[in-house]
Design a protein around this ligand. Structure first.
Ligand code: CTP
Length: 411
């Protein structure tokens, strides 16, 4: 399988050499494409030697003997051949050009010419990273389905400290493997995901619901499938497009969601409860339509079953359970209480009042909480990236479970 690696100009360009090696380790054939600025930092010869291919630097190569037209055709053939295109490092300038469809060199032309999925790993000075222009360009790319591997925080080449340092080559390589379906660390697992809101009937035409879009749960289902799991997705009503290759069961009420989850629980080795299940439902659904003339109705609510708490109580040995917490205040205190009360292996807490987090957006800002008191606050990222980070932890916890079972202890 062939992939293209685009290298743009930045001090981190040398790290792309390590990325070539990691991609090759999985049997990928790497075609390197460099911008003019990248060549100020590292020579094409380095990449040619590592990849075993002539590096493409110009639209009309300084080709040996070939005419300009021939080399342009040869180059554009790359667009058809590749299974993925990863740009690492991606400068603010390259991100801006790609976001706006500008194609003024080979690297940016390839972005337009290929139908292969695009992965970008930005690296730049912290002020450039935080600039509204860069952030808006990234938003455009994410919405278009581009996978963004966020930079790390730390000491930057410009002497400043903050976000902007290229993510590790390992992290970028994993994003490529996931996109290509080559990361199979959930093979053998059956992942049960709940997603979306529930609708609790008030009368025959009205219901109580919430703003959940199901996007976080669908991203978890998609990411689990890509990593080799068999996926059962139990979803409340949402217009979000379901991922391919998963078994989808649509439900409407909290009661239906509970029944469907229980019906599949025995098969599940991992349960990811991302649904925004109603906590209360009208004690009685009026059989017809409540008429105005009847006056303002007084609706008595009754609690629904807490599905997550119920499955955590009945959990099988080695069944791994992850809960979500949507909070608007005292995020960590409330979420920690849920983690312990429901005896979860991991809790993904998100403050739904923050911009770029929670309901009906493509990004999320979450903190991962573990039963041993560890906390990991993740920066704002796409829901697919959050899903991937959650699954990284699932894989880690699974390894611990394995160790405990082999040692004869309880997980
Ligand atoms: N959950 C569930 N069944 C319910 C309510 C919630 O399975 N009836 C699950 C959600 O899917 C989520 C977790 O419990 O994984 C936490 O949901 P959340 O709404 O944040 O918290 P609650 O436990 O409902 O508590 P509160 O509404 O008071 O914050």
């Amino acid at each position: 399988m062939r992939v293209a690696l685009g290298v743009s100009g930045g001090i981190a360009a040398y790290k792309a050499a390590e990325l070539v090696r990691l991609l090759q380790d999985k049997g990928l054939d790497v075609q390197v494409v460099m911008t003019r600025h990248a060549r100020e930092f590292i020579t094409p010869l380095t990449f040619a030697a590592l990849s075993g291919h002539k590096v493409i630097t110009d639209m009309f190569g300084e080709a040996q003997g070939a005419s300009n037209v021939e080399s342009a055709i040869e180059h554009i053939a790359v667009a058809q051949e590749i299974a993925a295109f990863v740009i690492a490092p991606a400068t603010a300038n390259v991100l801006a050009k790609v976001a706006h469809g500008i194609a003024d060199d080979f690297l940016t032309t390839l972005c337009l010419a290929t139908k292969a999925p695009l992965i970008v790993a930005p690296a730049m000075n912290v002020n450039m990273w935080e600039h509204a222009a860069t952030q808006q360009n990234l938003e455009v790319l994410r919405i278009r389905g581009v996978r963004v591997v966020n930079p790390d925080e730390g000491y930057l080449a410009c002497g400043m400290t903050g976000a902007g340092r290229l993510a590790s080559p390992q992290c970028i390589a994993q994003a490529v493997f996931e996109t290509l379906g080559l990361r199979q660390d959930l093979a053998g697992e059956t992942v049960l995901v709940t997603a979306g809101p529930t609708e609790e009937l008030l009368d025959s035409v009205r219901y109580l619901s919430n703003r959940s879009s199901g996007k976080m749960g669908y991203a978890l289902a998609e990411a689990s499938r890509r990593r080799g799991a068999r996926v059962l997705l139990v979803s409340g009503p949402t217009p979000t497009e379901p991922p391919a290759g998963v078994r989808l069961e649509r439900v409407r009420t909290a009661e239906e969601m509970a029944q469907t989850v229980f019906a599949h629980l025995a098969e599940a080795t991992v349960v990811l409860m991302a649904a925004a299940v109603a906590d209360f439902r009208p004690a009685e659904a009026y059989p017809g339509k409540i008429k105005k003339q009847q006056g303002a109705p007084v609706v008595k609510l009754e609690p629904t079953l807490d599905i997550l708490a119920a499955i955590a109580r009945r959990r099988r040995e080695n069944q791994l359970i992850v809960g979500f917490a949507a909070e608007t205040e005292h995020l960590l205190t409330n979420a920690t209480a849920k983690l312990h009360a429901k005896r979860l292996d991991l809790l993904v807490a998100n403050d739904v009042s923050q911009e770029g987090a929670g309901f009906d957006v493509d990004t999320n800002i979450v903190t991962l909480l573990f039963p041993d008191g560890r906390k990991k606050a993740l920066e704002k990222m796409s829901k697919l990236d959050v899903a991937s980070r959650v699954l990284d932890e699932v894989v880690e916890i699974r390894k611990q479970f394995g160790r405990h079972s082999r040692e004869g202890g309880n997980p």
